[in-house]
Design a protein around this ligand. Structure first.
Ligand SMILES: C[S@@+](CC[C@H](N)C(=O)[O-])C[C@H]1O[C@@H](n2cnc3c(N)ncnc32)[C@H](O)[C@@H]1O
Length: 423
């Protein structure tokens, strides 16, 4: 459960420079306020007994990273309580709510709205194709979502409560984090009602949940192929289904060699995938440098930001690996896509006059999306053909390559800037 902490700290000392504290990361969850040591980090931890001197620094860093979720969820609740967002599930994850400044509320709102919109459209889009006589004009298709580093995110519950669900929704986080989430879900009817599966099972000492369409799994994403993948497969993960991978402020905390390994695996082995990343960029200008210094003062490093520091490099992260399409935009561009009525609505919720600060902050966060569909003759296809027997099943049996590209890329069409993806 998240604690408020950091109350009373000045939000914006020093013109245009981010303050020390959780807001230093800008849109919430880049940093964690006073970061409590994980209650699981002691010798009681399932992993504690195996600690040695070499592991200590890494585990201490991991504890700090786990703590970033507290900040994200407190900020989300602040935005919910002010009616920026509608989410009846967030409150269950926050012990001591705290009202955030308008800048942070707007950031939480925009980040959540954008990823919700993409996810909703991914779920809703069906194959609309005249390309194959065997496919009706609108064909329901089974889909999966994988939320990497899910933290206390409530997207599965929010969407399913609105009638939007997929064949399988997988969430993954460190064991300590998934244990907390599993406990909250299990003890609150609001969650179990939405899951709606009388056979909901708790696994691995309370750290995992398995149901018909929702699985919460524990593990370290840096061991994706060795640890996470076998768990996913054991719960019915199917490489032949169109799959949305979400990384909301997660890959940035992981060394590029490890986050690249996930992107490579997905590109090489999934038949049709959409990968969406939300994270910080621009570390070298004055604001960016201060942002990193402030985070460092709280022991938070962003190893990914140096590998992918710009919108262009975020796109190249995928395109250089043979993905079919990729695009990245900053939060200013996304803000510009808000419909007039929505802008009016959120502007009426609280006074917001830090326009310049907002623009500066928003230029340091981006959403990048990329899709990969096999059969495109891309670089990744060669790697995949050896490693995945099922990778082409969907293409051969069902919709063709272009139809799948359309299916995936239309998931981002609600954000008008994304409507004409680069090919
Ligand atoms: C800033 S929080 C974001 C949580 C959630 N995605 C959201 O946006 O609300 C980052 C999350 O990533 C998780 N995470 C970071 N590195 C991880 C790793 N190597 N393995 C598993 N989870 C990781 C953390 O535990 C934390 O819950």
């Amino acid at each position: 459960m998240a604690n408020a902490g950091n109350q009373g700290r000045p939000f914006w000392p020093g013109a245009r420079l981010p303050p020390v504290g959780r807001e230093a990361g800008g849109f919430p969850s880049a940093s964690g306020g006073p970061l409590p040591r994980s209650p699981f980090a002691s010798h009681d931890s399932p992993m504690g007994r195996n600690r040695n001197m070499m592991q200590e620094p890494r585990m201490a860093r991991d504890d700090v990273i786990k703590g970033t979720d507290d900040d994200a969820i407190i900020s989300k609740l602040s935005a919910v309580n002010l009616a920026y967002l509608d989410d009846p599930f967030v409150k269950y994850f926050v012990k001591r709510p705290s009202r955030r400044p308008p800048l942070i509320n707007r950031g939480s709102y925009l980040r959540t709205r954008t990823l919700d919109l993409i996810t909703e459209q991914f779920i809703k889009n069906e194959i609309k194709s005249a390309s194959s006589p065997t496919i009706p004009s609108t064909t329901p298709i089974r889909k999966q979502i994988v939320s990497l580093g899910c933290g206390s995110d409530t997207r599965y519950f929010k969407l399913k409560a609105k009638g939007l669900s997929v064949h399988k929704y997988f969430e993954i986080d460190f064991q300590e984090s998934s244990a907390k989430k599993a406990a909250t879900i299990k003890k609150n009817k609001a969650f179990t009602d939405v899951i709606g599966d009388p056979d909901l099972k708790v696994g691995l000492g309370g750290t995992e949940l398995y149901s018909k369409d929702y699985c919460l799994l524990s593990g370290d994403l840096r061991e994706f192929e060795d640890t996470i993948l076998p768990k996913l497969k054991a719960q019915g993960f199917d490489t032949s289904l169109p799959t949305l991978f979400l990384s909301e402020c997660v890959l940035i905390y992981i060394e590029p060699k490890d986050s690249d390994a996930i992107v490579d695996w997905v590109g090489a082995n999934m038949t049709a995938s959409l990968f969406v990343v939300y994270e910080q960029i621009n570390p070298t200008d004055a604001f960016g440098a201060m942002m990193l210094r402030n985070l460092k003062a709280r022991n938070i490093e962003l190893p990914g930001i140096h590998a992918y520091p710009s919108l262009k490099s975020q796109e190249e992260r995928f395109m250089s690996r043979g993905w079919t399409l990729a695009q990245a935009v900053d939060m200013n561009a996304l803000h510009d896509t808000l419909p007039e009525t929505e802008l009016k609505r959120i502007s009426s919720l609280e006074i917001f006059d830090e326009v310049e600060e907002w623009q500066l902050l928003a230029s340091h966060y981006c959403v990048a999306w990329a899709c990969h569909v096999h059969g495109s003759g891309s670089k990744a296809d060669g790697a995949a053909s050896a490693s995945s027997a099922s990778a082409t099943t969907l293409i051969e049996d069902g919709p063709n390559h272009q139809t799948l590209v359309t299916l995936l890329s239309e998931s981002v069409s609600g954000i008008s800037k994304f409507s004409t993806p680069r090919t």
